[in-house]
Design a protein around this ligand. Structure first.
Ligand code: GLU
Length: 436
């Protein structure tokens, strides 16, 4: 029996073996190894350590969809609620062939730490469907989205689980999720999902929020390191909703974007990429393929080129123990979730690269999701300036809090961000106790 009612029951903590085989490609292990390090530094009590290593709820659904061909295809979908101690579960839904349960679990945990690091009253969740949306028609995507939503509807709700866009999902997909949920609830429930079209209760500034947040983080890092903004060279991997907006906003601040890429390949231009031109190209062709504003390079070359700032804004595991020693950037701003493997962390640290970790760097999206949820529930909408100002306040304050943590404990920004967020989740668990 624990003597202090606010402390969880204790028993002998099982410390992970430092030399145990770490599967770099497994994002859940990548998340856990960072969690373990922060938990040890925080001296987290064993019971709580165990609680926080397990997702609260994992849902797997089969999603039958009538395809345009007349055939029925069955897709697999997931929704993982990692932790809801601080509030409703929050996190996106991705449609991608790489989706798997380990990845969704890791992403749901990352959402938990992300919401806590910027101090939003949310827990963390993630969802995904294994599919290739680029090969599907709008009708097929709508049927897939609605059937997947029906499959996970038991957890959804403004007070319980609030999805948002993620890889390959967008405002339109969120509108279908909202409509499907609302038809079951028999009234319109806008706050059940964020990242919606403005007309349906979406927030101004939400679409740009993750990229805008990255821009604020890069500015803070440059200031901290005493580097000028003007002429700062930047390479951006991934030219979707995060990378393209961040590139555009950083160019407007005076940075020189010298390389961009997407899954079709990359482009290098020493004089600076014409970012609005690249955005136009993507609007017309759905990808950067055929872009003429730079010399073709591979994604691998982009990651290791000499730049001041590297912004990986695509998928997981692009900076690994194999290429980390070749990275030449001074700052890495992780626009994507989990772009750096745990094995690469120490290599980057030894090289003195300042890494703004994903759970802080890309928290702008969920921060404006929170604003959207607040606006929907209050039925009162803010101007774009108010949204952007409040986003800047939260992001810069969070950067400073993480930096302070890193100075106090003499750890890098990633460990500091985990320590800050885990300690916030831990406090809530201690206060709430274990429900029996
Ligand atoms: N998918 C985004 C992320 O990974 C946003 C999540 C949200 O707004 O709930 O942070």
């Amino acid at each position: 029996m624990a003597t202090d009612p606010l402390r969880l029951p204790t028993d002998k903590i099982v410390r992970p073996d430092k030399d145990r085989f770490l599967n770099e490609e497994n994002p859940f292990e990548a998340m856990m190894s960072r969690f373990d390090r922060a938990a040890q530094l925080l001296d987290l009590e064993p019971g709580l350590y165990k609680v926080l290593r397990h997702p609260e709820k994992q849902i797997i659904v089969s999603v039958p969809v009538l395809m345009d061909s007349g055939e029925v295809e069955v897709f697999t979908g997931y929704r993982v609620l990692y932790n809801t101690s601080r509030g409703p579960a929050k996190g996106g839904i991705r449609f991608d062939m790489q989706v798997n349960l380990e990845e969704v679990k890791a992403l749901a945990a990352w959402m938990t730490w992300k919401c806590a690091v910027v101090n939003l009253p949310f827990g963390g969740a993630k969802g995904g469907v294994i599919c290739d949306p680029l090969k599907m028609s709008v009708g097929e995507l709508e049927r897939l989205t609605r059937r997947y939503t029906s499959g996970i509807i038991a957890t959804l709700g403004p007070d319980s689980d609030v999805p948002a866009p993620d890889v390959n999902t967008n405002e339109r997909v969120m509108a279908w999720v909202m409509d499907t949920y609302s038809m079951q609830a028999r009234h319109t429930v806008t706050a059940v999902v964020t990242g919606k079209p403005i007309e349906l209760g979406g927030s101004l500034g939400r679409r740009e929020a993750t990229g805008r947040g990255c821009m604020f983080m890069v500015l803070e890092a440059l200031k901290h390191l005493g580097m000028p903004v003007q002429g700062t060279t930047v390479a951006v991997q991934g030219f979707g909703n995060v990378g393209s907006v961040a590139a555009d906003l950083m160019a407007k601040q005076g940075c020189r974007i010298i390389a961009i890429s997407d899954r079709t390949g990359g482009y290098h231009n020493k004089a600076g990429i014409d970012v609005p031109g690249a955005l136009d190209h993507v609007k017309k062709h759905r990808s950067l393929e055929g872009f003429t504003g730079g010399d073709p390079i591979t994604n691998e070359e982009l990651l290791t080129m000499p730049v001041d700032v590297l912004l990986p804004a695509a998928l997981e595991n692009v900076i690994t123990s194999k290429n980390a020693s070749k990275v030449q950037a001074k700052i890495i701003c992780e626009g994507a979730n989990g772009p750096t493997t745990a094995g690469a962390d120490s290599i980057l640290e030894e090289k003195g690269i300042f890494v703004i970790p994903d759970i802080l760097a890309n928290a702008g999206g969920v921060t404006v999701s929170y604003f959207e949820w607040v606006q929907d529930r209050g039925g009162y909408f803010w101007t774009e300036d108010t949204v952007n100002q409040r986003l800047e306040d939260i992001m810069t304050r969070s950067f400073q809090e993480v930096l302070q943590m890193s100075k106090t404990h003499k750890v890098n920004m990633r460990t500091a961000a985990y320590m800050l967020s885990i300690s916030r989740v831990a406090i809530v668990h201690r206060l709430r106790g274990i429900y029996a």
